[in-house]
Design a protein around this ligand. Structure first.
Ligand code: CMP
Length: 225
């Protein structure tokens, strides 16, 4: 397992080498291919997961069967921790969107760590607070922004976390299908495609398979406001 990715995860940054080694002894490796689910909304959960490599989408299904995406997470990020704070069913379905390697940590093991290392609880709470801030922003965006504005914002957010410099811009290999991208923006595939086609026509980005290259970050940022 690529332990170094976990070493850099904010949750473990404060641990000394001995504590970190004790913790990694408790981790179980899980390998998934694209489309494989880690758990489903409503399942009982007794562990949380760190992403070692790849990407995971967290989604919910409405009573009428429509899917929405809450987040796309990448290496170093964790999910499935709500079951630890509040032992209740999983609040979302977690699915791999590319070849993905996870490290699972049982609640029991984490609880032992939290008793001996209170600073880890502070980190865990900080991770939760960061995550709560994002849905609040998305909620106001749904009310106040139009679809192109939300699509621009979603692309910038993905670029922040997964973007890599390319010859003519920033390559964002988000790994999402058009349908999944639309679920993340919270609009139909047709409207999101129309917005993206307009950005392409204006020369702000280039579309690639499960990726975009952002050519004009500044204009996209202006459109997201
Ligand atoms: P848990 O409820 O155990 O399982 C589903 C996980 O999805 C949850 O823990 C969180 O880690 C994560 N999650 C739930 N809601 C959101 C959200 N709005 N944004 C990001 N992650 C979320």
């Amino acid at each position: 397992m690529d332990i170094e990715v976990l070493r850099r995860a904010p949750l473990f940054a404060t641990l000394d080498d001995d504590a970190f080694r004790l913790l990694t002894d408790e981790l179980t490796e899980v390998d998934l291919s694209r489309g494989a689910s880690v758990f489903r909304e409503g399942d009982q959960g007794d562990q949380l997961y760190f992403i070692v490599s790849g990407k995971v989408k967290l989604g919910r299904t409405s009573p009428d069967g429509r899917e929405s995406l809450l987040a796309i997470l990448g290496p170093g990020e964790l999910f499935g921790e709500m079951a630890l704070f509040d032992p209740s069913p999983r609040t979302a379905t977690a699915t791999a969107v590319s070849e993905t390697r996870l490290a699972g940590l049982k609640n029991e093991s984490l609880n032992t760590l939290l008793r001996t290392r209170p600073e880890v609880s502070a980190q865990l709470l900080q991770a939760r607070a960061r995550r709560l801030r994002r849905p609040n922003d998305s909620l106001s965006d749904l009310v106040f922004s139009d679809v192109p504005g939300r699509a621009a914002k979603a692309l910038l957010d993905l670029a922040d976390r997964f973007g890599r410099p390319a010859t003519d811009g920033v390559l964002v290999a988000h790994e999402l299908t058009q349908e999944e991208l639309a679920q993340l923006v919270g609009a139909s595939r047709e409207t999101v495609n129309k917005a993206l086609a307009e950005f392409v026509q204006r020369g702000w980005l280039r579309l690639e398979a499960r990726a975009v290259v952002i050519l004009d970050m500044q204009r996209l940022r202006q459109r997201s406001r």
